[in-house]
Design a protein around this ligand. Structure first.
Ligand code: SF4
Length: 154
């Protein structure tokens, strides 16, 4: 898996102070997508073990307390991302069980494959659905268009 950007401290993408990873790879091609460069799974940098360690270090950092981890993109549930994302969410819930995980995906909860559901089993909040330009509303919190749904899973 490649990633587009990593914010070790973020107060925009989800509640509280968080670490946020924007992965590469997305098939949804939403009109008005805010970052088409993330569609290409080869875009950005490799999310290797060092980066995984970095995310865990940041979540454990007591100087700037993070409430949790946000996973966005691109699409964290893009099929080629699932192995790396599953390893990451498992490790977060093992080493930092008190941290919440939010995940944004263009796939809807009711259309997830078994492999995608295996990731969601470790996720606290899923914000699902494609971005619909006609339903875009900048006043919405944590989502771009009104068709998207915030599912609290835990
Ligand atoms: S799901 Fe997100 S990244 Fe993918 S095309 Fe839609 S808005 Fe862009």
């Amino acid at each position: 898996m490649n990633y587009h950007q990593y914010f070790p401290v973020d107060v925009i993408n989800g509640p509280g102070t968080r670490a946020t990873l924007f992965v590469s790879g997305c098939v949804h091609q939403c009109r008005g997508c805010y970052n088409q460069s993330t569609w290409n799974p080869c875009h950005g940098h490799e999310f290797d073990l060092q980066m995984q360690d970095q995310v865990l270090r940041d979540l454990k950092d007591t100087r700037i307390k993070r409430r949790g981890l946000s996973l966005s993109g691109g699409d964290p549930l893009f099929p080629a991302n699932l192995t790396a994302i599953l390893a990451l969410v498992k490790r977060v819930k093992t080493e930092c069980p008190e941290k919440d995980i939010w995940l944004w995906s263009g796939y809807r909860l009711d259309e997830l494959s078994d492999a995608q559901k295996a990731v969601i089993a470790y996720v606290d909040v899923l914000v699902d659905g494609k971005f619909e330009q006609a339903l875009a509303d900048p006043s919405l919190q944590f989502k771009g268009s009104s068709n998207q749904v915030i599912h609290c899973l835990t």
